[in-house]
Design a protein around this ligand. Structure first.
Ligand SMILES: [Zn+2]
Length: 797
């Protein structure tokens, strides 16, 4: 205990010295010949209006690798657009020489079954804890307009490689740092190119008019359980699953108008399968970092606000023994300084930046805010985190072992034992996800009399037990979510940070069965873990030429749609506002070379954005204006000539309004207290005689997120105000009339949607319009409703 107090005192003295100098400059240049970032970039990361290209970042780390025996640099794979995806492993040279040993320590502590049982197991674990290092993964730049972190990665690496300060020595000795300069290398250049192009123009500092990840944009950090994108796969397969880091520091930026910095703990709700030791760990570390930052004179810091810990899509490590320390520093305008008045600061969930409170302060009084402020907050926070990881090395490893020990504890009666996954169309996809996340999926031999209760167990049913290292991941993804009805002081629903449901069996259309008691079974000889295929074997994919509309204002749903069509080898052409407005859509009844689009998909986007796009003056003129009335006219002509338009989710409102369809969105404009569905899985019923619902079950799901809900206007007072009669409208799917529409997540105002339509086809002229009142291809996860989507794309009905 005394030793720890002493260590702490030394640490504090070190930190006091630290705060009086520029954090991005090393105190001692002990390590001769270690290049500084400015030697490669020609400027110091954090300088105003300067961004590094991805090749410069890679070059800097390559040079560090050559010059420093503390840095090991690797290319782990290729990004979506074929750029190198890289990792720097940083530690003391003697640790780098023994990485395989430290991996083995991690492997055994993560899975205490490998250490035997009882007190012998604890004794072996104690030896490993004495020997091991804290593994810290630092991830930067997943959101590419948040430029501070990839720039800071070079400042962090340089100080670690060059400094001989005692605290840096201790960090190098006690931790192994896995530094990912960017989780999205493509986006570094997308943002830099746009920023440089607009520098000195009225558009300097704007976000680029394209997604900064080709397919997912900002959703690239909503992929940590579906693993659809190569960047996620590389990070999970080659970093997380190899190293099982105890701490993941995920460095982000938030908007400009709130706190200067957010640190954990997260606000409620915390997803119930997150182990209590994880909650304890991020609470302790986040609060300590905030406390130390304040002591060093940093202001405007909040904890326990805005960001929750609900969705596993953002927190892989929470189910794999590691705390996620999200940090969110306030943004400038990319690399351009901004000036804010104190009165301009606005409240977010859980604090008011104009008032000091238990979880906010000291006040930031406004003024200039620039990239250097951002990199100073980021590098200071990162070194505090590394200090904690090194000083409390044993505590971090002990906590990690305790999580593993609890995970593999045999379950008793009335505790959840596991889940059975029957063999259905998408079972392979589900099992592949679980196996990717390190979950063991068993394929027992079921005898003819095998049953659970009175239900027989089908041949080829798989078993996922909960008493395994990553059983909490399986539980979180296989069970249904009961999102708490959280309200603020005035009774308004508190907006979840992301979405509220992630039940894979519902998203994939699989009836998984929960086991509440241990079950006897026999395994075939050989491997316990099943090798699984890629799923999606039997989708009937369309072949007619189609257009996918991608507006100047980027839509993540358009990106996901592009990815899904590409992954399924569906030939499609991207069409822009200009293409539509030009009126050259050319639908002809005889397919020809000029008839490029038999069908056009308009992905999810607010109706007003589709119509108006960027407002005039906000972006260069060629990007403003949206589809406008010209575009509406062209699309209408296209349908009347025989084309098909498929509208997804909010885009359906655009069709209803602009084509004057006899349909009402019954939830439009309702306050959240009356109706609210912030990303949930709802139940729908289907007319399976309709070609779009062909091959679907009578009951399925709808991913509802700010979704319209339709009612056909049967007998309008003034029929002439509509372009088609109600008889031209066919309802294909609807919310149940009696049963609760909510299957997983959160829904307020269920009664307003009972019996109302969720999927509609409208005949107009010689063509047709399909309106999805949900996202049938949500983030490439809702495979259950892929057939609806693909059927809708398969020519006329
Ligand atoms: Zn972010």
């Amino acid at each position: 205990m005394n030793k720890r107090v002493l260590a702490f005192a030394v640490l504090l003295i070190g930190l006091v010295c630290l705060c009086v100098r520029d954090l991005s400059r090393p105190v001692q240049s002990a390590a001769q010949g270690i290049p500084a970032p400015e030697d490669v970039l020609g400027f110091k990361p954090g300088d105003d209006r300067k961004l590094a290209s991805w090749s410069q970042v890679v070059e800097y780390f390559e040079r560090l690798d050559v010059a420093s025996d503390r840095v090991m640099f690797q290319v782990l794979g290729k990004s979506t657009m074929e750029k190198p995806f890289v990792l720097a492993t940083i530690s003391a040279p003697e640790n780098l020489a023994r990485l395989e040993e430290y991996k083995a320590v991690q492997e055994q502590l993560a899975d205490p079954r490998k250490l035997g049982t009882g007190t012998a197991r604890d004794r072996r674990a104690a030896e490993l804890i004495r020997k091991g290092k804290t593994i810290v993964l630092i991830t930067c730049g997943i959101h590419s307009t948040e430029v501070g972190s990839y720039l800071s990665s070079m400042l962090i690496a340089h100080r670690l490689a060059s400094s001989n300060e005692p605290e840096i020595q201790r960090i190098l000795q006690n931790t192994i740092i896995l530094l990912v300069p960017s989780l999205n290398p493509d986006g570094v250049d997308i943002v830099k190119n746009w920023y440089d192009k607009t520098l000195g123009t009225p558009y300097e500092g704007t976000d680029p008019p394209e997604l900064y990840h080709k397919y997912t944009g900002h959703d690239n950090n909503r992929d940590w359980y579906a693993f659809t994108q190569v960047e996620t796969q590389i990070t999970v397969d080659k970093i997380h699953n190899v190293w099982h880091p105890q701490i993941v520091h995920d460095i982000h930026q938030q908007g400009s108008m709130g706190s200067r910095l957010f640190l954990p703990p997260y606000m409620q709700p915390v997803e119930p399968n997150v182990p209590k030791q994880i909650v304890e760990g991020y609470t302790e570390l986040g609060n300590w970092m905030a406390h130390e930052m304040r002591a060093k004179g940093f202001v405007g810091i909040t904890t326990n606000s805005t960001y929750d810990a609900w969705s596993p899509s953002r927190a892989y490590s929470h189910y794999h023994g590691g705390v996620r320390i999200l940090s969110e520093t306030a943004s400038a305008r990319i690399a351009t300084p901004i000036t804010l008045k104190f009165e301009q600061l606005t409240s977010r969930e859980g604090y008011d930046p104009q008032k000091e409170s238990a979880n906010y302060g000291p006040l930031w009084r406004g003024g200039e805010w620039k990239l250097r402020d951002i990199t100073n907050y980021m590098t200071t926070a990162a070194f505090l985190l590394l200090n904690h990881a090194s000083v409390n090395r044993e505590q971090w490893l002990r906590r990690f072992y305790e999580i593993g020990r609890e995970a593999v504890r045999p379950r008793v009666i009335r505790e959840r034992f596991g889940f059975l996954i029957p063999p259905t169309a998408n079972s392979d996809s589900l099992e592949k996800i679980l196996v990717t996340a390190g979950v063991e999926v068993a394929s027992p031999v079921w005898g003819p009399t095998a049953r659970v209760g009175t239900r027989p167990i089908q041949k080829d049913t798989s078993l996922v037990r909960i008493d395994q290292p990553y059983g909490s991941f399986a539980s979180a993804l296989l069970e249904r979510q009961h999102y708490p009805d959280l309200r603020d002081a005035s009774g308004h629903p508190i907006q979840p940070y992301d979405v509220t449901a992630h039940t894979l069996p519902l998203l994939l259309g699989i009836e998984v069965q929960e086991l509440r008691a241990p079950l006897k079974y026999r395994l075939p000889s050989g491997s316990m873990t099943q090798v699984v295929g890629s799923g999606n074997c039997c989708l009937a994919v369309p072949s007619a030429p189609m257009g996918l509309y991608r507006a100047a204002v980027p839509s993540m749903d358009a990106g996901w749609t592009d990815w899904i069509l590409s992954a399924q080898d569906v030939y499609h052409t991207i069409i822009t506002e200009k293409d539509v407005r030009s009126g050259k859509l050319h639908y002809t009844t005889v397919p020809s070379t000029t008839d490029r689009y038999r069908l056009i998909i308009i992905p999810d986007q607010a109706a007003r954005t589709i119509l108006n796009g960027y407002r005039s003056g906000a972006m260069p003129p060629e990007l403003t204006g949206g589809l406008g009335q010209e575009g509406v006219k062209a699309l209408r002509q296209y349908v009347e000539d025989g084309g098909t338009l498929v509208f997804l989710n909010r885009a359906s409102d655009f069709a209803i309004e602009q084509f004057k369809l006899p349909i009402k969105n019954v939830v439009a404009g309702l306050p959240r207290t009356d109706f609210y569905v912030p990303g949930s899985i709802l139940r729908i019923e289907l007319d399976t005689t309709h070609p779009i619902a062909r091959s679907m079950p009578k009951e399925s799901i709808a991913w509802a997120e700010e979704s319209p809900v339709f009612e056909v206007i049967e007998n309008p007072a003034t029929p002439s105000q509509y372009s088609v009669p109600a008889s031209a409208v066919k309802v294909i799917a609807w919310y149940p009339r009696v049963a609760d529409p909510l299957l997983s997540g959160w829904l307020l105002g269920a009664n307003r949607i009972k019996g109302k339509a969720a999927l509609i086809e409208v005949k107009m002229g010689k063509g047709r319009i399909v309106l999805f009142g949900f996202r049938p291809q949500y983030r490439a996860q809702s495979l259950a409703t892929y057939p609806l989507f693909f059927n809708a794309l398969r020519g006329g009905s």
